[in-house]
Each structure stands twice: as structure tokens, then as C-alpha cells.
Write a protein that binds this ligand. Sequence first.
Ligand code: ATP
Length: 503
Amino acid sequence: QEDLFKNVVSHAKEYGFIFPSSEIYDGLSAVYDYAQNGVELKKNIREYWWKSMVQMNENIVGLDAAILMHPTTWKASGHVDAFNDPLIDNKDSKRRYRADVLIEDYAEKLNIKAKKEIEKAKVRFGEAFNEQEFITTNPRVVEYLAKEREILERMGRSLGNGDLEDVKALIEELEIACPESGSRNWTEVRQFNLMFGTKLGASADTAMDLYLRPETAQGIFVNFLNVQKSGRMKVPFGIAQTGKAFRNEIVARQFIFRMREFEQMEMQFFVRPGEEMQWYEHWKATRLKWHLSLGLGAERYRFHDHEKLAHYANAAADIEFEFPFGFKELEGIHSRTDFDLKAHEEYSGRKLQYFDAELNQNYVPYVVETSVGLDRMFLAVFATSLKEETLEDGSTRTVLKLPAVLAPTKAAILPLVKKDGLPEIAKQIIEDLRWDFNVSYDEKDAVGRRYRRQDALGTPFCITVDHQTAEDQTVTIRHRDTMKQDRVAIADLKAIIENEVSM
Ligand code: ATP
């Protein structure tokens, strides 16, 4: 699995998807740049989200709020006081950890131990195996799972109460329970605010302290009434936004999974008070369906319902995805109550109420939010699509089996040879297709090598122009995943590609 992940990182660099930021200066930790192919894939994921949320829903509209906001925003939202991560250092290894992530890693270890027992038993008992019964009766499995639950519950309670000493004690206990993990020399747990500060204004005494937004959601809340009035929106309705967010993450690791500058795709859905739970369930189901529509495999997704809730929420769940390093949060769905709008009313002194004509009543709407990281989506799609295949003749190929709708380039047009007028025909095909699709031209190297290169880039179609093309206006079209080739008329290319790559 570690190897797989290394491959993902090196493939992303070698094929122009992702580079470390400011690499000539040795990079900047947990900051990355999207390269010529990455920017296309990222844009396509963003569009796929935007279409399904905004274009397909009459009652959801878009917004592009500024990254810089009035600093009181972050007082009201709770970020100044509570957007902290618990941080702990190990004195021996000199490594710094997010205490909650460290504890979750231990919990995951227990879960893996339980799974191994189950797998072993499956093999041993064969047909007769009853998994549910085994999980509830096998003492080792029962013990692992109970311990896992207890750890997470205790962490939730301790962090919820701000009891950092207990968090530390829990880590020390876990170190003893998992002796394979080594040292036990920890510092106190400290709270660390994740917001990046900056300044507005030139002169030192009048400059105003600002923050780079740590989430896009607040830009939506402060604009709630502007959008509702100018768009004559009726509750229930949603506001969707994609954009950069910044967090000074303590431990930024796992490539683009946890970055200091990243992009979110968020939608805040405003509903009648009391109807939030039904909308929460609705959006949980709808968002999972969206993920499944990409075809990466249903077994790679699972819900994680939160027991420990943030200060603003009355229900919350993550959609977790199986990344190369295990199941981790990909998207959050939160029932945020009226916390945000009420807080902004309080801090701004402005009313943020909605008049519900049907009920003949004024109220502050409740909010159900869906929030997915664009970069995490990118990693999910990219890592899952990257395959090493052994072919029938024993040779291997690297292929990026991206969902065609997301592929950076939809078709590569390849003249078989660089002469006999074939490049000219290929370029004419490009001219005809480029209005509808991102297409590319390649004439370098033998055609087999060009196919491999397009496989590695995730291009769903290769269109080869050969001598027969000049005679009868047909080309071969090669499908990335099956490597099958068909002879088709140039005139039919557009429809064939369209059929595969449209949303
Ligand atoms: P985590 O627990 O992984 O730090 P979170 O619960 O703080 O995430 P939210 O505040 O719910 O995350 O943000 C919503 C989404 O934004 C997450 O599901 C994730 O996809 C994305 N996201 C959050 N932090 C980062 C980050 N540092 N880098 C990349 N994506 C992120």
C-alpha cells in the first residue's frame, strides 16, 4: 500500500498533474501546484460537482465570496476561540502530532486487528461462517472492537470538555497497549489555532488584522439575506460555492490529502426549523449517490456518523473513502442548526431572518451543509484510477482509468507516420473536435508508445490516422480501458466521444 501511494505521488509529478509548490526552493510543506493535466482534472471535478448541485437544482444558486472577510466574521463563527487542534510533541522522536489523529490511528489499528481475525475465521469455516455471529461472540474481536469504541468515545468526551490532560493520559495508555509503537515521552497537549493571519493596510498603527478564510461556508452565511432577497429565493433553498481555504495544519502529510492551502466545494441548504433532520438525511443520501456515480466502486465508501459534535451542529456524518492509506474523511455533511446565522445576527446587529409566507412567520432558517474537499476528491479519483496491468503477452502497462467525464484530455489524435499528408488530416480532425472537447496531438515515437503515454495520462480515446484514412475518411479509435480498436468514420467521432464523456 505504501508503494502504491509512492507511485501515485511520482506518477502525478511525472505526467504533469501535481508539483510541489516552489520546488526550486525545495518546496513549501503541504502546499502543491496543479500542473497542465492536473488543472484540467481538478476543473472537471469542480464542474461535475457544480452541475449536479447548481445546474440540476432549481433551488440552489452559486456564489463566489472573497477569501478576505471582515475579522468579526471569525469571532462570530467561533473560529477565533475554537478553531483549534490539540497538539502534542514526542520528546524522544521530536515529532509533532495532532492528538486526535494520533488516537484515531490507534483506534484504526484495533479495527484492523479485528478484521484480520474475521478474515482468518472466514477462511477456516468456509460456507458455514456467520460473520455477524462471529463478531458478537469471538472474545478477541469483541475485545478489539469494544476497546476501539471506548477509545474514540473517551477522546470525544475529553476533547469536548477541553480536558487536555485526559487526552494525554489516553495517549500514554495506548502506547502501553500497543507496545510496538515505541516511546512514551510526551509533552502536554496544547491547543493550536489553525487560522493564518495577515494584515490589511500599510501603516503599522492603523493596519487591521485579518485571516485567510479557513472555510468557505462563512462567505455564504454573511450573504444569506443578500442572495435570498435578490434571487427571491424560497426556503428550502441552497447556496453553493467552490473556493480556496487555508489552514495552518499541524501535521500536514499524505500529499494533497491534508494541505495548508486547499479548495472546498460547499453547499449550505437553508430549511425550516424542525425540518433539518429530514434534509440532513436527504443530503447524506444524495451526496453518496453523487460519489457512486463516478464508478470508483461502492465498497470504497462508508458513512461515519459523528458521536462527538462540533459546537454548531446537531447531527454530522462524514463520507469516508478508502484512500491508499485507509478509510478517511472525504466529505462532511453537517446539520448546523441556526448557529451561524444567529451568531452573525448577534455580532453584526443585523437581522438575518426569513419571512415564510406559507407559515406567515419570521424565523432564522436552519442549515444543512455539504462540504467536500476538491483536492481530496482529486486524490480519491487519481489514486483509485491508477493501475498497473499485466497484459496477455506478459508485458505490463500503467493506465490511469479515470472516469471519462473527468479525464483531462478526451482524445489524442495520432498520425501513424509523420508524412504522406497524415499530420494534416490529424490536425484537421483536431480543429473539428476542439470546440467540444479537450483534445491533443502527438506524432512523436512509435504509435504503441504513444498509446502507452495516453494510457498514463488517462485519455479515454486514441484516434489514429493512417493511409486508409486518406482514401475513405475513416480512422481507428482505441479505447483506453479495453485497448480495443474500431474502424469508424471521421464524421462519427464526435458522437462516439460525446456518448462516453458527457455528464
Ligand atoms: P479533517 O478532520 O480531515 O481535518 P475537517 O473535519 O476539519 O477535516 P471540514 O472542516 O469538515 O474538515 O472540511 C470539509 C472538507 O474539506 C473535508 O471533508 C475535506 O475534504 C476538506 N479539507 C479539510 N481540511 C483539508 C485540508 N487541510 N486539506 C485538504 N482538504 C481539506
